[in-house]
Structures are given as C-alpha cells and as structure tokens.
Design a protein around this ligand. Sequence first.
Ligand SMILES: C[S@@+](CC[C@H](N)C(=O)[O-])C[C@H]1O[C@@H](n2cnc3c(N)ncnc32)[C@H](O)[C@@H]1O
Length: 238
Amino acid sequence: MSNIEKYRQYFTKDYLMGPNSFRLLDELIRRKPSEVRFHRTLDLGCGFALTSLFIANETDADYVYAYDLWISASDNYQRIREGHLEDRIIPIHGDAMDMPFAHDYFDAIVSVDAYHYFGCREGVFAEKILPFVKKSGYVMITIPGLKEQPQGELKQLFETWAEGDDAQLFQTAAWWEALLKNECGETCDITVKEAECFDIAWQEWFDSGHEYGARDQEFLRKGLDKILNFILIYVRKN
Ligand SMILES: C[S@@+](CC[C@H](N)C(=O)[O-])C[C@H]1O[C@@H](n2cnc3c(N)ncnc32)[C@H](O)[C@@H]1O
C-alpha cells in the first residue's frame, strides 16, 4: 500500500521542481526487485531533499545521503529538521561527477528526475556512479524520456519545449538500456521499464501553480503528451 497521501502538503509550487517526484519515486520503489535493500542509500540529485524524506520514511533505510548540486546543504538541512529526520538524513552539496564517498559504500543509489542532466554520456554510469554501490546493491533511476523519437511538427514542438541542446537529455527506454548495457557489460543486470504514473505526475505539477508547470501544460496539450514518458531503470551490481 502506498503512503503517498501523507506527502500532499508538498504538492505545491514551493516544493515541486517538475512532474510530481513523489509519484515517480513511489512507483520506482513499488516496482523494484524484492531483494533491494535501502539500509544506506544515496539520493542522487535530491533537489529539496523531499525524495530523501520519502525514502527515510517509506523504506528500510537507516541513513539517506541527500546529495545535490543546485540546492545548498544548509537549505536542505532546514527541511530535514522540519521533518524530524536529522539523525537519518545527511545533506551534502556536490556534483555527481565528483562524489566524495568510499567505493562499495551504498546498498542503494536512488535518483529521481535528475540523472538525465549528467548521465547521458558513455562512461558516466560505469566510472562515476556504479563504483559507490556495493556488490549485489542497486542503482534505481527514474527520469523523463521519450516513447519514440518525434518526427515532423512534433519534433519542432519538442525542440522548442526542450530548448535546443536540452532535447538531447530526453531519450527512449531502448536508448538508455543500450547505453547502460554498453557501459556495464556482464558486471550488472539491467532492467528498463516505462512508468505508469505519467498522467497523475504531470497533472499534479500543472495543479501546483508553478509557472513552468503552466508552460509544460501548454506544450503537452499541443501533442507532447503523445511522445513523452517516464522511464524506470534498475541496475544490480553483480
Ligand atoms: C528536477 S530536479 C529534481 C530534484 C529531486 N530529485 C526531485 O525529484 O524533487 C533535478 C536535480 O538534479 C540535480 N543535478 C543536476 N545536475 C547534477 C549534478 N551534476 N550533480 C548533482 N546533482 C545534479 C539538480 O541540482 C536538481 O536539484
């Protein structure tokens, strides 16, 4: 049973940074392989650390490292204290490309709506992310992506929405699977799925009253909803 209603107070423009991350994270956790353990978890690209609160409350995590580049650790510490989780969530400011952790340290690395900003290149996953998870641990990622490559008018609409080079951040499930399999070879088991929470995650973002939400709604109504999706990625380190 999902506990997502407990977090409804955060479904506003002051907290959401895009399509509702609680929906994405909730589905990522619900559909994970049963052997996943969260004891020591890295929330990679945690934003306002709300996903870290969710992981701390809703999984068997003892410690969640809330790691982000754009949002300061002090800002996040304040929210973590408001959630009374300062003994279990550790806020850290830093870049995913240069993480300060020991290798083989985490049982799980979770990343919600962030991995596409830095992980679209060959080598990033195998060299910068995978070393930090334990053997038999998991990296679990959810990102926005594409059902198919847009053509014609939809391509133009998509590129205007994503503004030039950012269009490269959105890829299909098959593209992500090929990239990660290429990087990891036999060292990992990789499963890539499409998420089911597309409509509700977008609707709650539109309803949040955020100005970017209003812009996104306009573009999705014009047809982008036909080609966009959310992707769930599970990587087991063997
Ligand atoms: C759309 S927000 C999502 C935040 C949060 N996970 C959530 O779902 O609410 C994307 C986050 O990715 C983070 N990010 C982007 N590039 C990063 C990098 N190189 N290293 C660490 N975090 C990064 C940003 O700081 C930003 O907070």
